[in-house]
Design a protein around this ligand. Structure first.
Ligand SMILES: CC(C)(COP(=O)(O)OP(=O)(O)OC[C@H]1O[C@@H](n2cnc3c(N)ncnc32)[C@H](O)[C@@H]1OP(=O)(O)O)[C@@H](O)C(=O)NCCC(=O)NCCS
Length: 358
């Protein structure tokens, strides 16, 4: 169980709780409840430079020393944020706490693994914002001799300028990984290394391009993401926020699929058509669903909110909310206790009538 009690980095700014998915981003991890800020952020003198071979790495950023007084510590944290982020509305300042956390993690990682300095410096420490850093990192993985880094970053910038939701989704996707992956302790891990996180951000760009008359660029990104991240997601497929693609290898998502908020898809999942339908022919995965490794969901069927699909299953029928299905073809093996009885009966009736009429 992960802790759920944490102090917001910006307490008292307007008193309103953050949305659940954003709260995860501000949760303090293993540091006695103090949020990590970045008092040693970039100086006016400029950015850090990558040390040459054999050169000692910089020492970790000087931290404001903690005191015995929790109120004062909280104030010191806020002061750190104020000195780093002095423009924009309170909400923007709250969101940037995630960026400050990431920068702090990059500095710590740099101190521990100086041989990876270019990764930490170029991808995070020298970047002006979380968005710029993410777009740089993902573009660095996607670029090749045909389409270079600058073109991909420019496309990301155009997309986020037109659709700020892409930036919010970036943050909630990042938080979702840290929140749900038991193997992940730091934001820097998905940010720099996890191809599932990079693949979903690439898809969000491809989706925007698809709807802005840039079909070829969007299909190019689908193809390139398939080469680099081993995910094949049609640009038209619709994804909610807080989506976690765990491992991601072999994920295939068809054109008319819908994946709602807070869904986890493991490796080798297929959200595909049956090959017998045209038009709207792919699955609709509702909020909070978990789809285990290797599961195939075929056809325009709904997997209800909070349902779970066991690893290796082949799902050919709708799955009710809160149900767990397993096997080939998948059958219900469990139900969440909080699904209303009437809804369960209705699901059984629908399922039975479907079975007996074919
Ligand atoms: C389905 C799952 C979520 C477990 O759900 P659960 O409600 O706790 O289910 P249980 O473990 O109680 O099992 C219920 C029944 O389903 C069966 N079952 C569970 N997973 C199954 C699977 N993948 N395939 C076939 N049957 C399965 C169990 O054997 C059990 O059958 P029984 O009642 O005849 O003994 C889990 O098994 C699963 O598949 N998770 C996906 C994890 C994954 O993909 N991991 C990859 C990490 S890299």
């Amino acid at each position: 169980m992960r802790p759920t009690d944490f102090a917001p980095l910006w307490p008292g700014s307007n008193g309103a709780p953050l949305p659940c998915t954003l709260q995860h981003a501000f949760r303090s991890r293993g540091s006695g409840g103090r949020a990590a800020a970045d008092p040693g952020g970039p100086s006016p003198a400029g950015a850090l430079t990558t040390p040459s071979a054999g050169e000692a790495p910089p020492s970790p950023a000087p931290a404001i020393p903690p005191t015995e007084d929790p109120m004062l510590n909280s104030a010191l944290d806020r002061l750190s944020v104020i000195t780093q982020v002095d423009t924009g509305p309170p909400t923007a300042m709250k969101l940037d706490a995630l960026w400050l956390r990431l920068r702090q993690e990059a500095r710590e990682a740099y101190a521990h693994a100086p041989m990876l300095a270019p990764l930490f410096v170029d991808s995070i420490i020298n970047q002006p914002s979380l968005e710029a850093a993410a777009f740089h990192r993902i573009a660095a993985r996607l670029k090749n001799d045909v389409v270079g880094l600058g073109i991909i970053i420019d496309a990301f910038n155009r997309a986020v300028a037109d659709c700020p939701q892409i930036s919010e989704d970036l943050r909630t996707d990042l938080s979702a990984v840290v929140d749900r992956d038991p193997a992940c302790e730091r934001f820097i891990e998905p940010f720099l290394y996890f191809k599932g996180f990079h693949a979903i951000q690439t898809h969000r760009l491809a989706h925007w391009l698809w709807h802005h008359d840039e079909r070829d660029f969007s299909l190019y990104l689908q193809s390139r993401s398939s080469d680099v991240f081993q995910t094949d997601i049609h640009p038209a497929a619709r994804f909610g926020r807080g989506v976690f693609l765990d491992h991601a290898t072999g994920l295939v998502v068809g054109e008319t699929a819908v994946v709602e908020d807070d869904v986890c898809l493991l490796q080798n999942v297929t959200l595909g058509g049956t090959g017998k339908e045209s038009g709207d022919r792919h699955p609709k995965i509702r909020k909070g669903v978990l789809i285990g490794a290797g599961a195939k969901i075929l056809g325009n069927i709904e997997v209800g909110a909070g349902a779970r699909v066991a690893a290796g299953s082949v799902v050919l029928r709708p799955v009710g909310p809160g149900e767990t299905v397993a096997g080939v073809p998948a059958k219900v093996v469990n139900r969440a206790p909080n699904v209303p009885v009437e809804e369960q009966i209705l699901n059984d009736l629908l399922y039975d009538s479907f079975v007996y009429t074919i």
